[in-house]
Design a protein around this ligand. Structure first.
Ligand code: PEP
Ligand code: MG
Length: 586
């Protein structure tokens, strides 16, 4: 049994079987010293993998020749040739024999050396073979038990995906009937991959260091999405304990679900708008079932992350219309695309950005890709003819961006007037506050928008200079940090002065302790993942606004996030033990 610590990003406990997605970008394998007596057996392992690979490649060559012709099938002959080439085989055998290393390490290190030489070769024919060499190394490693020959299409039920990293789109495209959890070696608490896991209610642990070296496809695994633990090949006692806990977790969520039906009113009678965050229209049902009274954040960029082609105006329109129909009169806040950073654009670029979270992302990307942006604006406007729709611009950093966004919106209204198509001419236009500059300048922005929505995922990252996707600094990613709280207080004050509503739609709003602070800081609308709403309602109904205000005032006064966090939790444990006992901060 092996236990690996990671970061819990989506709750729930799953007991299943591992499916390792190979990391094709690198050739990372364990480096193991072999006992002298075991060297012949290790050489045999390599020989077995080589022969099995050649046999498979031979089959592939035959079928490719029949289906695509001899020329196209030649690539497999090249692969077979490499596996018979003494200049490749001898160094591998030497690493095993002379250095006493395991076959996996011998293969990976030799292929890496050859691939580097090919990449640096002046002849482009050699350069173009680098990926083939990497594939070949993976093929050999697979025959030594690394990764799996299964494809993602043939997964068994109860599969737990294990990968070095996953993109949000890979995660969004998992077959939910088969994949029941995932674990990645990289990733931070509010990476978009983590957010998709929450949206799909898929228990997940990210930042599980070493998982790729330890996990093998087919192994039994427990994913503890409550504590951020991964257990490989659990012993009987652990298995039993987790089976019991699974039942317990279900009971708690059942008892919380009673709160879904009750109104979100504080103990002193102040109504709080509790809305849902969605990435896909089909999540709406889940939000409403959990007591949400609308959608406070629709991350529309997921339209780009699931299909193979760029969505057309009609694709946008159909999705928005579907949301409006499902909401049946409840409000829908559509955020314009937030591509860039960890979503989509880097993979399209020949030279990826060096610092994508500080790069051409979000509204900046939209303003640079006007045609795409205008297409979306038109679709949102057309949808607004069918129900209450608001529009929201992400990552606004300066007033010029906001004005440009609004200018394009006006132009698209004129375009629709000319086309004779209907839209809501009074559509509310808001902005996300997720950059410290915007929070500090909230007074200026408040005069030009109809509402603010605070995006703590990014606000925390940019205020504390902590990459939200980086597991190495994940412990520094602390929303209950006095600096973050001060910025939120400034934003709500600016909103109040200008009489515009201020909501919060970052992941931390789903944390009941943070939600209590938000109420204390003046936020009256919270938008969070559907499954978190019942617990939030229970918290809201247990506290009064003056209690929350005192909590926030004190938390802001501390010098450190650690003091603020433990103070908040201790206070709340006394007031609402059912929610806060045993809960970590942040
Ligand atoms: C945020 O930054 O808090 C937010 C809601 O936007 P996203 O997570 O999509 O960046
Ligand atoms: Mg954001």
């Amino acid at each position: 049994m092996q236990t690996i610590n990671g970061i819990a990003v989506s709750p729930g406990i799953v007991i299943g079987r591992v499916f390792v997605i190979e990391d094709t970008s690198t050739l990372r394998v364990a480096r193991r010293q072999i006992e002298k007596d075991d060297i012949p057996a290790e050489l045999e392992r390599f020989e077995f993998a080589r022969k099995a690979s050649i046999a498979h490649l031979d089959e592939l060559h035959k079928s490719a020749a029949a289906e695509m012709g001899k020329e196209a099938a030649k690539i497999f002959l090249f692969h077979i040739g490499v596996l018979n080439d003494p200049s490749v085989l001898n160094p591998i055998r030497e690493v095993i024999e002379r250095d006493g290393m395991n076959a996996e390490h011998a293969i990976a290190s030799t292929f890496l050396t050859i691939a580097k030489k090919f990449a640096a070769h002046p002849d482009s024919t050699f350069q173009s073979k680098v990926d083939d060499l990497r594939d070949l190394a993976h093929r050999l490693l697979r025959h030594l038990g690394h990764g799996s020959n299964q494809t993602l299409e043939n997964l068994d039920e109860g599969t737990v995906i294990v990968a070095r990293d996953l993109t949000p789109s890979q995660t969004a495209n998992f077959d939910r009937d088969k994949v029941s959890a995932f674990v990645t070696g990289l990733g931070g608490p509010t990476s978009h991959t983590a957010i998709v896991a929450g949206a799909l209610a898929l228990p997940a642990v990210v930042g599980a260091k070493g998982i790729m070296l330890q996990a093998r496809s087919g192994q039994e695994i427990i994913v503890d999405g409550e504590r951020g633990l991964v257990i490989l090949e659990p012993n009987d006692a652990t298995l039993e304990r987790y089976q019991e806990e699974q039942i317990e977790v279900r009971k708690v969520s059942l008892s919380m679900s009673e709160f879904a039906k009750l109104p979100a009113i504080t103990a002193d009678g102040v109504r709080i708008n509790l809305l849902g965050n969605i990435e896909f229209p089909q999540e709406i049902e889940h939000v409403i079932d959990n007591g949400g009274t609308g959608i406070g954040l629709y991350r529309t960029e997921f339209l780009y992350l699931t299909g193979n082609q760029r969505p057309t105006e009609n694709d946008h329109y159909e999705s928005y219309k579907r949301c409006i129909d499902l909401l049946a009169g409840k409000p829908l806040t559509i955020r314009t695309i937030d591509l860039g950073a960890d979503k989509y654009t880097q993979a399209q670029e020949e030279i990826p950005e060096r610092n994508p979270f500080l790069g051409l992302r979000s509204i900046r990307y939209s303003l640079k890709n006007q045609k795409m942006f205008r297409t979306q604006l038109r679709a949102i406007l057309r949808a607004s003819a069918h129900g209450p729709v608001k529009i929201m611009f992400p990552l606004i950093t300066n007033i010029a961006e906001l004005r440009s966004g609004k200018y394009f919106l006006r132009e698209e209204m004129e375009e629709l007037d000319e086309r004779g198509q209907k839209y809501d001419p009074n559509i509310e236009v808001g902005m996300m506050v997720e950059v410290p500059a915007a929070a500090l300048m909230a007074g200026s922005f408040a005069r030009e928008v109809d509402f603010f929505s605070i995006g703590t995922n990014d606000l925390v990252q940019y205020t504390l200079a902590v990459d939200r996707t980086n597991e190495r600094v994940a412990s520094m990613y602390t929303p209950i940090h006095p600096a973050v709280l001060k910025l939120i207080r400034d934003v709500t004050r600016a909103g109040r002065r200008q009489d515009i509503p201020v909501s919060c739609c970052g992941q931390s709003a789903a944390d009941p302790a943070f939600a209590a602070l938000l109420l204390g800081l003046g936020v009256r609308t919270i938008s969070a993942t559907g499954s978190s709403l019942p617990m939030l309602k229970k918290t809201i109904r247990s506290l009064t606004i003056p209690q929350c205000e005192r909590l926030a005032k004190r938390a802001i006064s501390f010098d450190s996030e650690a003091e603020a966090g433990s103070y908040v939790l201790n206070r709340l444990r006394k007031r609402v033990p059912e929610v806060f006992d045993g809960r970590p901060v942040g």
